[in-house]
Design a protein around this ligand. Structure first.
Ligand code: OGA
Ligand code: ZN
Ligand code: ZN
Length: 466
């Protein structure tokens, strides 16, 4: 296979992925293949952000010659309550008159420069219906007239196509944002410090692994103090916590956390007592001498565990979605005393019953504060879940080496550590920090659009269903 041909195939693959996301807009792009690979990619990049007023799912390809052919018909239903668009590829989509009114892209309703709404629900009469709809000659927009109020405005067809909200389209979107699991035999995905530093593509590879599998090991990071900041800030500014910007995992005589001693740590997620617990956690191994006994790092994918738990113990699963537990960090003898108390469920689900967030940290869980009759059921469910964590096929254990930087989604993976002993002058030293989950997801999405395959970022278990 020649290099060019391979590149072309890669393009085709990207286009297909984008096609899946967009539901059919990309096909005309193939007609541009004769422009050559670089031109094509440039076009891709330019068009990605060129179009004002299109939200996340929209990645319009403009200036495509046979663009006007994309819509076969646009009809207002008799009562004016809906618009039905028939697209070239046979897809039919239906839009509510108020949905359309709120999506009006005229300058009165929408500020293109900031990509934000200027029209709000309470300014619209809830009886608003459509009077008229017509596709523009260039096939890029649809003009609409609403009554009462007599407002007329336009909406990009890209926008309408990208935001189809029928059950099939939503199911597709959901599928495309579903993360992957490591198979039983799969090692933790790895990237090298060099490749991540070399290009945005390398950075995207690293972050896609974390987004897909919840974890990625970076090898060959220089073992300099605070180097972690430089690497991790390729994503976003680090999320400062009560443990500082960067924390040192070493044995301390007056530890502010049990992690800063040599004891073993059970599976946990860090700082779940925060309203917004840190999103990603990174641990950079600066020193880990051979003479240190133990100190292995362990991981388990709680997303997988909750799935298995639900299947095996449906009643107990429900208990953990309903009984409130308290996570707290109360520590008055540290340099800056803290007193953080929050209530959560171990497993949070959305309307459809899907897991959207997990909260697990035995070390910071406070005494239960629920009526007595809940306790037996709760403790039973807790123990079953805890035992499934320990035996999950997603269990991974590794001994970090100097130069390793392990990164993981703290909303999805639980981590732990076996106890260790520093014998014969041996020493173990990790530096850690966090990244906000939204800023991580944003970075993955932007990189996917600019240097990646255009796919949607996967769900990150921050409470959101998409
Ligand atoms: C932590 C932690 C693990 C380790 O600092 O939160 O879990 O391997 N450390 O020391
Ligand atoms: Zn308008
Ligand atoms: Zn931890």
């Amino acid at each position: 296979m020649t290099r060019n041909y391979r590149q072309l195939l890669l393009c085709a693959q990207r286009a297909r992925n984008l096609h899946r996301v967009m539901g059919g807009y990309v096909r005309p792009l193939f007609t541009l293949a004769s422009y050559g690979h670089n031109r094509l990619i440039q076009q891709w990049k330019d068009t990605t952000f060129q179009f004002n007023g299109v939200r996340l799912y929209s990645m319009p390809i403009q200036n495509v010659s046979d663009r006007e052919k994309q819509v076969v018909g646009a009809e207002v239903e008799k009562d004016g309550r809906h618009l039905v668009i028939t697209w070239m590829d046979g897809v039919k989509s239906r839009y509510h008159s108020l949905w359309l009114r709120l999506s009006c892209h005229c300058p009165k309703c929408f500020q293109a420069a900031s990509n934000m709404n200027l029209i709000f629900m309470e300014e619209i009469d809830s009886r608003t219906v459509l009077e008229r709809a017509s596709v523009s000659d260039d096939g890029l927009t649809i003009s609409l007239l609403w009554n009462p109020g007599g407002h007329s405005g336009t909406i990009g067809l890209d926008y309408l196509r990208a935001n189809i909200y029928d059950p099939d389209a939503l199911a597709t979107r959901h599928r495309l944002t579903t993360p992957l699991f490591l198979e039983e035999e799969d090692p933790i995905p790895e990237v090298s410090y060099e490749e991540v530093n070399a290009s945005d593509k390398g950075t995207y590879k690293w972050l896609s692994y974390i987004n897909n599998y919840g974890i990625c090991l970076m090898k060959g990071v220089p073992t300099e103090k605070m180097k972690i900041l430089q690497v991790v800030e390729k994503i976003a500014p680090v999320q400062r916590t009560i443990y500082g910007t960067v924390f040192d995992v070493v044995q301390e005589s007056t530890p502010s956390n049990v992690a800063y001693t040599a004891v073993g740590l059970p599976f946990h997620m860090d700082l779940v007592y925060y309203e917004g617990a840190p999103g990603l956690q990174f641990l950079h191994c600066l020193r880990f001498d051979d003479t240190v006994k133990g100190g292995d790092t362990t991981f388990v994918d709680l997303l997988r565990v909750t799935g298995e738990f639900r299947k095996r113990y449906p009643a107990e699963f429900k208990v953990l979605t309903r009984v409130p537990v308290i996570f707290a960090r109360i520590h008055s003898t540290r340099e800056h005393p803290v007193h953080i108390v929050n209530e959560r469920k171990h497993i949070e689900v959305n309307e459809a019953g899907e897991v959207v967030r997990v909260n697990w940290n035995p070390g910071t869980q406070s005494p239960m504060a629920v009526p007595e009759e809940y306790l037996d059921g709760y403790y039973d469910a807790y123990l079953k879940f805890a035992s499934m964590i320990k035996t999950s096929p997603s269990y991974r254990k590794l001994r970090l080496r100097p130069g390793d930087l392990i990164g993981f989604n703290n909303r999805r993976m639980a981590h732990g550590r076996t106890a260790y002993e520093e014998t014969a002058g041996g020493h173990r030293h990790l530096q850690g920090c966090y990244i906000n989950i939204d800023e991580f997801k944003s970075r993955v999405q932007v990189l996917s659009l600019t240097v990646g395959d255009g796919s949607l970022a996967k769900r990150v278990f921050n409470g959101s269903s998409f």
